[in-house]
Design a protein around this ligand. Structure first.
Ligand code: GDP
Length: 473
């Protein structure tokens, strides 16, 4: 991308194009008010002469957008009936003068207003340019800017809450806090280097403790992020088992619909079916796999191969047995294959019938099992509970994710952690303090890059961050 001229006045349609009640055309930059003067006619009779450049900041005005490019002697054509909002710098999203025009959200009025402003010399905004200006003009830091796009995109409420916190600067403050601690620590080490004769030396134990504290806080951010990713991306749950044990019936029961074809004939599920559900706020992708068995038909063979892949890649497996049958060779193959896996929940289905399966083998192999009847829809709450418990096992614990990092921030924190670990091991092995300080400085630089406030951020990085935004944000 050519270098952006951030002094231009920019314009964009900030709402999705399509039929809706209201569409918004947004202008930002030093000429926004002048442009608004040219195209806006207030409806208020007593104030016909009043121009947007004389409106108070943060006020909304009812009126009309008129085609000011038409010849003077002609009656100027009205383009749309609008509400116009004036927000003056510096207390605005971009810290520049902003004018927002709420018009009817049809493609014609939106496009006509946009074209009119472009014809008057305003430039079309690049994707994310409003937010980029908010960053460049110091209203928000880079971590906050990144949370804007994540708030727009996320479908998970927990993730949304964490991003909202990041937008509010909570995370940035935490990182700044850690950077400040690190900076003080570096200063202390450098003082020891510069004045080795002075009696300022801290014992090694104390130095290591300081590094450990910063490391713990950073590790906590990473842990919380991993938890958040589960909340955002969901967990893939494969429903596996030999044919006819009731896998499709279970999927239908869990999503409360008849999505997957249920028949008494083995091998009916020839393709995999995926459904999204949310149990206790955890989004899951439930995958009904074709029963794994020696298939003769090429289509069934292919379905079996795909199922195998899906089961291998699933984060959790619901291994279903038909409890009304004694376990057969095929069931035993499944037991052998999965009994050492941690991510398996054993499910005994068809418990509405007389139980003939050997429950002891299942218990011995999987620790516990959940009894259900997909047909009668019993035992499902217990199963859902077991699934959710399994997902959170060994993790931070369920609930709100305090911090959620994106890939860039995660990499920077990982790098800072690595350098802090290296610094700690250098200290332990009595390496010179210079080496330790070098590592600490790299760690500090990584932390500073998260907010982008106290260090130079390359133009390409900014381009790659803001190009993910939509035009108008
Ligand atoms: P899949 O091949 O493993 O997907 O099994 P299906 O879901 O297609 O079910 C196979 C047969 O078992 C169908 O006739 C279902 O109606 C029946 N079935 C499934 N779940 C139950 C259950 O809980 N109880 C009883 N009695 N029959 C069930």
């Amino acid at each position: 991308m050519d270098k952006l001229n951030l002094n231009d006045t920019i314009v964009a349609i900030s709402t999705p194009i399509g039929e809706a009640g209201i569409g918004i055309v947004r202008l930002s930059g030093k000429n926004s008010l002048k442009i608004a003067d040219k195209i806006f006619r207030p409806a208020c009779k007593n104030n016909k002469s009043l121009k947007p450049s004389r409106f108070k900041s943060n006020t909304i005005h009812y009126g009309w957008i008129v085609d000011s490019l038409q010849k003077r002697n002609k009656k100027r054509r009205i383009i749309d009936e609008v509400l116009l909002t004036v927000m003056r710098a510096p207390s605005t999203y971009t810290r520049e003068d902003i004018v927002e025009i709420n018009c009817h959200s049809g493609i014609i009025p939106l496009k006509k207003i946009l074209d009119l402003t472009l014809a008057l010399g305003v430039r079309l905004a690049e994707p994310g340019e409003f937010t980029r200006r908010a960053f460049i003009n110091g209203r928000i830091d880079l971590a906050q800017a990144e949370s804007v796009i994540e708030i727009i995109r996320t479908k998970s409420e927990n993730y949304y809450n964490a991003c909202l916190d990041r937008l509010g600067g909570g995370f940035s403050r935490e990182i700044t806090n850690l950077s400040d601690k690190l900076l003080d620590f570096i200063a202390e080490c450098e003082a020891q280097l510069d004045f080795p004769e002075e009696d300022t030396k801290k014992p090694l134990r104390e130095l290591l403790y300081q590094i450990e504290q910063i490391k713990n806080s950073l590790s906590q951010c990473l842990k919380s992020t991993r938890q958040a990713k589960i909340m955002r991306d969901g967990i893939s749950v494969a429903i596996a088992g030999r044919p006819n044990v009731g896998k499709s019936s279970l999927l239908n029961a869990l999503i409360n619909e008849d999505r997957s074809l249920v028949t008494p004939f083995a091998g009916t599920t020839r393709d995999t079916i995926e459904e999204q559900v949310c149990f206790d706020s955890v989004p899951l992708r439930l995958i009904d796999t074709a029963g794994l068995r020696e298939a003769k038909h090429p289509i069934e063979r292919e379905a079996t191969r795909r199922s195998q892949n899906l089961i291998e890649n699933a984060q959790l497996i619901l291994l279903v047995f038909d409890a009304s049958q004694p376990n057969n060779k095929e069931d035993n193959k499944f037991i052998d294959r999965f009994k050492r896996e941690k991510n398996v929940v054993a499910v005994l289905n068809k418990t509405d019938l007389k139980l003939k399966i050997d429950q002891r083998i299942i218990k011995r192999s999987f620790g516990r099992y959940i009894k259900i009847s997909a047909l009668k829809r019993t035992g499902l709450d217990e199963l859902k509970e077991a699934i959710v418990k399994h997902i959170w096992q060994g993790r931070l614990g369920q609930g709100n994710c305090q911090v959620i990092l994106n890939v860039r921030q995660e990499k920077l924190i990982e790098n800072a952690l690595l350098k802090l670990t290296e610094a700690a091991s250098s200290l332990k092995s009595w390496a010179t303090l210079e080496i330790v300080v070098e590592d600490l400085k790299v760690a500090l630089f990584s932390l500073n890059k998260i907010s982008g406030r106290t260090c130079d951020i390359e133009e390409e990085l900014l381009d790659s961050i803001f190009s993910q935004f939509c035009i108008g944000k």
